[in-house]
Design a protein around this ligand. Structure first.
Ligand code: IPM
Ligand code: MN
Length: 360
């Protein structure tokens, strides 16, 4: 089978880190003998400059013809003064919605070799390996009515938190299914002591629980969850929550691992899936060749697992990354005294060499 991947490099460090991921895909092809067709498209600020819109029609069509999408990052100071509707971020929100990418998987793992990079104590974060599943196409992000209106001559801002039963059910099911492939523990996060939307969310989770008797389930209010993630991160396995809570909780979980440069993500729907690093376009270091490519490389590992079912390839990439860290290679964002500082390309070469070495 020939797989098609849409490659959207985007802005800032996007092109550099995606190039690294492509090297890793090439290495995987050589080692395993499958074939992937890569086609590039424009997104974000560069698309605004060249096509006048952050998500041109041809990019969307390219994505719809592909089995998976690999994205770098979007945004930068050049486009910061544009109105919300025209900003690079809008391209991201539009692609999520257009392709119905409703489940956003954000793993946060503490790598043994990097444990000292965490801002929390090593004894608390050790063995942390959690996965936030954030609903990505509903909630206040898209709910209507929205806008700034006039009431009695004064401005009033409105956004609407809205979820249909079906929107909740499909992401909750996905979370139960994925928990089944991991440590079989699911935490559902809501604010059902205050919000009706959350009460519905909790009801649906309880209904779905009947279909997954092998999964242990807990419910947490989002404020309490924010505390528990810091106090006992290693206790969590899969966390499922709505769009806005997930936006916040996943950033919180991300910081536990110590470097944003290490965190991959997948945004999955029933037909399409998009893979991208959690970090942004880092305009301050763009073009310098020193960005950490690992988050994007690990996003590629997620692509092999979730889109192509190639768990062995995914696993090899992850082990190759871990090995590079154990060997002491560090890009500047994760560097500390005593380690070997490398740039983007050097890190990528080390990881590719490790893939070759570790494949038996
Ligand atoms: C994220 C980002 C986006 C979001 C922004 C850039 C629109 O924060 O992917 O988490 O809020 O979803
Ligand atoms: Mn965010």
């Amino acid at each position: 089978m020939k797989y098609k991947v849409a490659v959207l490099k985007g802005d800032g460090i996007g092109p550099e880190i995606v190039e690294s991921a492509l090297q890793i895909i090439k290495k995987a092809q050589d080692l395993f003998g499958f074939s992937i067709e890569l086609k590039e498209g424009l997104i974000g600020g560069i698309a605004i400059d060249k096509k006048g819109t952050p998500l041109p029609e041809e990019t969307l069509n390219l994505c719809k013809e592909s089995n998976a999408i690999l994205l770098g990052a979007v945004g930068g100071p050049a486009w910061d003064s544009l109105p919300t509707e025209k900003r690079p971020e809008k391209g991201l929100l539009k692609i999520r919605k257009e392709l119905d990418l409703y489940a956003n998987l954000r793993p946060a793992k503490v790598w043994k070799a990097l444990i000292e990079a965490s801002p929390l104590k090593a004894e608390i974060v050790k063995d942390t390996d959690l996965l936030v599943i954030r609903e990505l196409t509903g909630d206040v992000y898209y709910g209507e009515p929205r806008g700034v209106f006039k009431e009695k001559g004064k401005r009033v801002g409105i956004n609407t938190m809205k979820y249909t039963e079906d929107e909740i059910r499909r992401v909750v099911r996905k979370a139960f299914e994925i928990a089944r492939l991991r440590r079989k523990k699911l935490t559902s996060v809501d604010k059902s002591n205050v919000l009706e939307v959350s009460a519905l969310w909790r009801d649906i989770v309880e209904e779905e629980k009947e279909n997954y008797p092998d999964i242990s389930l807990e419910h947490l209010y989002v404020d309490n969850c924010a505390m528990q993630i810091i106090k006992r991160p290693a206790d969590f396995d899969v966390i499922v929550t709505g769009n806005i809570f997930g936006d916040i909780i996943s950033d919180e979980a991300a910081v536990i691992s110590g470097s944003l440069g290490m965190l991959p993500s997948a945004s999955i729907g029933d037909r399409y899936a998009l893979y991208e690093p959690v970090h942004g376009s880092a305009p301050d270091i763009a073009g310098k060749g020193i960005a950490n490519p690992i988050a994007t490389i690990l996003s590629t590992a997620m692509m092999f697992k979730y889109s192509f079912g190639m768990w062995n390839v995914s696993d090899l990439i992850e082990r190759a990354v871990e090995e590079a860290l154990i060997q002491g290679y560090r890009t500047p964002d994760i560097y500390s005294a005593g380690f070997k500082e490398v740039n983007t390309v050097q890190m990528t070469v080390k990881i590719a060499e490790n893939m070759e070495k570790l494949k038996e």
